[in-house]
Design a protein around this ligand. Structure first.
Ligand code: NAD
Length: 439
């Protein structure tokens, strides 16, 4: 695939003075990064571009105070958010993140990326995201439960199985979803399993949901390798983040004969030219909380991770990891974005020039929301599918989405990211146009 320069045809951004203060581009922050991505799509939208402002303004932003009583009897207040970016195609859908660095800008960008992702893989959802500015490691289990329940109650006025359906994200899990589902159900007076996804299987959760995102990363990785003429067996894989997404993706690549040569997480960076024993490493992470100290591997200084030789690089930890400086140093052929927003727009151009193929987050990590969609459908019908059925349907959705995006990228000679945005924005803005403006 040959790319043309996308910056050359990007129009100027919306004049800042027309935007509310919280929508001002935030420099290199996540929301600013998202706005740059939308601007690149504008020249490809034809008549639909008259609706593009709708993508630059979240539909609804809720900021809530979350007070709880701590175990020592004092009261602590946390700031919580739920942002519904766009609901033209269906209810809002997106995870909830508990992290001390959560900001409104970040939640807005994550909600917007959910709109794009859901439209890119063609599930009937809009985009939403939530977060609480808290370090959950500093709370006891009881405090965490009280915080989760109060947050759920506060955002209860805008969530619901037909309105907005949260799911797990960084530092939230099945237990968090069980508490959220129970709190919402208590408030409305009826068990409402479809209000969240990513629940425990015994509580209306879906088989295959826990590993769906990593499996989706692996599925699109296989397809991208075919296009590159790269064999998965024997390919060298480097992974940042060995959590829910990176851990599963690394395991599936290893099972297919790839060599996972490097892993970086919050605790350190490890390397083995012969390939890491992923099962032993995952057991080590389970026991010690991180990859640091995994004896069969060589420990590296963290910045060295970005210039290791690999065939496939999977950023599956945090946003804004691939900066222009790192993009210049990378020695890989294929990037599969397991994390949301790991690459800066300015780094994308460098990667394109260096002929490094990027499968963007909105496609690569869409396996999670796809199986969340299956979970929601199963909850509504109270009829549950077996795991093989879920895997089969997941591979089908991911393959169709990847192929559609690849075709647009080929036709328009743009990156897969811009192609995914073109496919998604067209779908969102088309429904916007069909629905028209109220009143
Ligand atoms: P997780 O909490 O299970 O794992 C996060 C991993 O990132 C851990 O291995 C952690 O050690 C590592 N990490 C944290 N800080 C780091 C740092 N400073 N440097 C290097 N590594 C660091 O989270 P997850 O669910 O695997 O999510 C990872 C990313 O994938 C996030 O961007 C999330 O939004 C995205 N994502 C997750 C899902 C899902 O279904 N879980 C779906 C789509 C996208």
């Amino acid at each position: 695939m040959r790319l043309i320069s996308e910056t050359a045809c990007a129009p100027a951004q919306t004049p800042a003075h027309n935007l509310p203060s919280y929508l001002q581009p935030d420099g290199l922050g996540p929301w600013g990064n998202y706005l740059q991505q939308v601007d690149r799509v504008l020249p490809h939208l034809g008549n639909l571009s008259r609706w593009v402002e709708t993508l630059k303004r979240p539909k609804r932003i809720l900021i809530v105070d979350v007070p709880i009583e701590l175990d020592n009897g004092t009261v602590a207040h946390f700031e919580g958010y739920r942002v519904q970016h766009n609901v033209s195609r269906g209810p809002g859908k997106g995870g909830v993140r508990f992290h001390q660095d959560v900001t409104l800008s970040e939640v807005m960008a994550l909600a917007a990326w959910m709109s794009i992702k859901n439209a890119a893989v063609n599930v009937p959802y809009g985009g939403a995201k939530g977060g609480v500015r808290v370090d959950p490691r500093l709370l006891s289990r009881g405090e965490l439960e009280r915080m989760t329940r109060r947050y759920t109650s506060e955002i209860g006025i805008i969530i619901g199985p037909n309105q907005d359906i949260p799911a797990p994200d960084v530092n939230t899990n099945e237990q968090t979803m069980a508490w959220m589902m129970d709190t919402y159900s208590m408030n409305v007076g009826a068990t409402t399993t479809g209000v969240v996804t990513g629940k425990p299987v015994d509580l209306g959760g879906s088989l295959g949901r826990k590993e769906a995102t990593g499996r989706g990363v692996y599925t699109v990785g296989q397809l991208a390798c075919q296009h590159l003429g790269l064999s998965v067996a024997g390919a060298r894989v480097a992974v940042q983040g060995l959590g829910n997404v990176g851990g599963v993706a690394a395991r599936l690549f290893a099972q297919a004969g790839a060599r996972v040569v490097a892993v970086q997480d919050h605790s350190g960076t490890i390397y083995s030219d012969a390939g890491l024993d992923i099962h032993a490493l995952l057991a080590h992470v389970q026991a010690y909380g991180g990859v640091a100290g995994f004896a069969p591997a060589q420990a590296l200084e963290s910045e060295a991770f970005w210039q290791l030789e690999s065939d496939i690089l999977i950023p599956a930890a945090l946003e804004q990891q691939i900066t222009p400086e790192r993009a210049l140093r990378l020695q890989t052929r294929l990037i599969l974005e397991g994390a949301n927003g790991p690459t800066l727009a300015s780094a994308d151009d460098i990667l394109a020039e260096r002929n490094i193929l990027v499968v963007p987050d909105v496609i690569a990590n869409a396996g999670g929301v796809t199986v969340s969609y299956f979970e929601w459908v199963q909850d509504f019908s109270s009829f549950f599918w077996d795991e093989e059925e879920i895997k089969r349907r997941l591979v089908r959705v991911m393959t169709e989405a990847f192929d559609a995006v690849w075709q647009v990228a080929d036709e328009r000679r743009v990156s897969l990211r811009t192609a995914a945005f073109i496919v998604a924005c067209r779908r969102i803005l088309h429904t916007r146009e069909l629905r028209g403006l109220y009143p």
